[in-house]
Design a protein. Structure first.
Length: 211
């Protein structure tokens, strides 16, 4: 009898917009109610379902990976290699939260638990001894703005679509803000805005939006 393999069904921000991901997450949650041995990882960037055995037939937009490919994917997610901001911390917390939520009130497949625990350990090791970088600076900047006025439901204009711009957009979105990316590189601005469900403009347009 063949050994059951791990699988992941995933969609990310670069292939589905925020509304599509939200709809997929609702659909997946409904199916999970009847399958106690699945784990859902749902963030502002991705909807991912993990399990062992035969992947369910859910939605064609969910990309399926099995075996070692599924294992590598989860490790890359936990270490931040699949994030818009490489190495960002929030995703590791979200992976921990996903397995914590799945464990609440039900018994999980031990193989899936070990897989997630291994990925979380890899995420910790990848971040050990790391120095403060743009992500931490962005978090502090957004926290400072939040002290002045609540960002939830308000628009934050981010000038630039590089690493710091990505970090600022990520932190502002986590605070509940609507995002506008202003950059001289229209393609990068659109791509980053798509990730965070925001809008993009050129620098001149951004200057007009600035107070």
């Amino acid at each position: 009898m063949p050994t059951e393999q791990p699988w992941v069904m995933a969609v990310q921000a670069d292939t589905a917009d925020a509304n599509d991901r939200e709809g997929l997450a609702r659909s997946v949650r409904e199916r999970i109610a009847a399958h106690s041995d699945w784990i859902l990882l749902n963030t502002c960037h991705r909807v991912e379902l993990y399990g062992f055995g035969t992947p369910p037939d859910l939605d064609a937009r969910l990309k399926v990976q099995t075996g070692e490919s599924a294992v590598r994917h989860l490790i890359r997610v936990a270490t931040g290699l699949e994030s818009a901001i490489v190495g960002e911390d929030e995703v590791l917390h979200q992976v921990r939260e996903a397995i914590g939520n799945a464990r609440a009130g039900r018994t999980l497949d031990g193989r899936l638990v070990r897989l997630f625990e291994s990925a979380i350990a890899a995420g910790r090791r990848a971040r050990a001894g790391r120095t403060a970088a743009s992500g931490n600076l962005a978090q502090r900047a957004v926290a400072w703005l939040g002290e002045k006025s609540s960002l939830a439901g308000n628009t934050v204009l981010v000038a630039g679509a590089g690493r710091m711009g990505s970090s600022l957009a990520h932190s502002a979105k986590q605070a509940g803000a609507d995002i506008v990316i202003a950059s001289r590189d229209a393609t990068r601005a659109r791509r980053l805005a798509h990730v965070y469900g925001g809008e993009s403009t050129d620098l001149a347009g951004g200057a007009q939006l600035a107070p």
